[in-house]
Design a protein around this ligand. Structure first.
Ligand SMILES: [Zn+2]
Length: 314
């Protein structure tokens, strides 16, 4: 049995996972105290302890704790070098937890644990060459080739969200201009929705949000698009097509069998999947387009926990 932790900027998900990759039980808690890492680590200790006991197990049953973390990691030493969403710098999380629990701890980039989860028990379980994009606040990604996850020197390989492919050249959170995630992430989509309202364009968004523009969410724009709102449809189409172009770059480089789309925005379904496929088809090599499947993720927000646990899979 394993513990899989998905440590995010707004919530921490802790799961008890069987040797077959089944999620036996899990709980989700808010990520408290941005910056004070010890509070968050104590929360992980406390709640994992609780969930193990609740299910009638003890720490002797647990072979390891895997943790998915959004940031720059030293995986070997188990140190979070920098995690902007958590406001952490140089946090030796492996050391802190192993000191308290006496179970081995491994850490891995959040995009990588998502694809590892889908590869273990989700949409990619029948494949050896898998690419995954996670569309949320930003755009994460993970690539598995020949059954091995692509790490790079510091676990930063496959930063799909920061491919500089948007001609609009908007400033990205990373400091560069024109990154994919300025357009195709939830953040990019919301930004475009706000523009529609600010400019007073004829749209459901303007009607609904002109007095409370900050309440616009990616979901509200997706919903308006589903109702046939033209401006919203254009935003979602544009976001999807550019993401498809980004995925074509990944596929042309790595020749995967399957591309999995996950994250909150993927819950929009075909309305985002169709333009993704269109952009992909336009820019991918013909033989690659013909052979790659693009599908929605299966595990939803459980992928991170399951993938983190898979770090201990034999
Ligand atoms: Zn960027």
């Amino acid at each position: 049995m394993y513990i899989g932790v998905d440590l995010g900027g707004t919530s921490v998900k802790i799961g008890v996972i069987s040797k077959k990759g089944e999620l036996i039980d899990h709980k989700e808690i808010p990520t408290r105290s941005r910056g004070f890492f010890q509070v968050v680590i104590n929360d992980i200790l406390h709640h994992s302890n609780e969930i193990i006991q609740l299910n009638g197990y003890s720490w002797d049953d647990i072979e390891g704790m895997g943790i998915g973390i959004p940031g720059l990691l030293d995986m070997e030493r188990g140190v979070v070098k920098m995690a902007p969403n958590l406001n952490w710098q140089n946090v030796p999380i492996k050391w802190f937890i192993e000191e308290q629990l006496k179970v081995p701890v491994k850490i891995e980039n959040d995009g990588n644990v998502a694809v590892l989860g889908e590869a273990w028990t989700g949409a990619g379980s029948q494949y050896k060459h898998i690419a995954m994009a996670t569309i949320g606040t930003g755009i994460g990604a993970g690539i598995i080739i020949d059954g091995h996850i692509l790490h790079g020197k510091q676990g930063m390989a496959a930063e799909l969200g920061h491919l500089p492919i948007s001609e609009e050249g908007l400033l990205c959170g990373c400091g560069n201009y024109g990154c994919l995630e300025t357009i195709s992430s939830a953040t990019g989509i919301i930004q475009k929705g706000k523009e529609v309202v600010t400019l007073g364009k004829d749209s459901l968004l303007t009607a609904q949000y002109k007095d409370e523009i900050d309440k616009i969410t990616a979901k509200s724009i997706i919903d308006a698009a589903k109702e046939g709102d033209n401006e919203s449809l254009q935003i979602i189409n544009h976001a999807g097509k550019l993401l498809g172009k980004g995925l074509a770059i990944i596929a042309n480089l790595f020749d995967p069998q399957i591309i999995i789309i996950g994250g909150g925005v993927s819950q929009a379904g075909d309305i985002i999947l169709d333009p993704i496929k269109e952009g992909f088809k336009e820019h991918g090599l013909k033989d690659i387009v013909a052979s790659v499947e693009i599908v929605l993720a299966h595990l939803g927000n459980q992928a991170g926990m399951i993938g983190a646990a898979s770090l201990f899979k034999k």
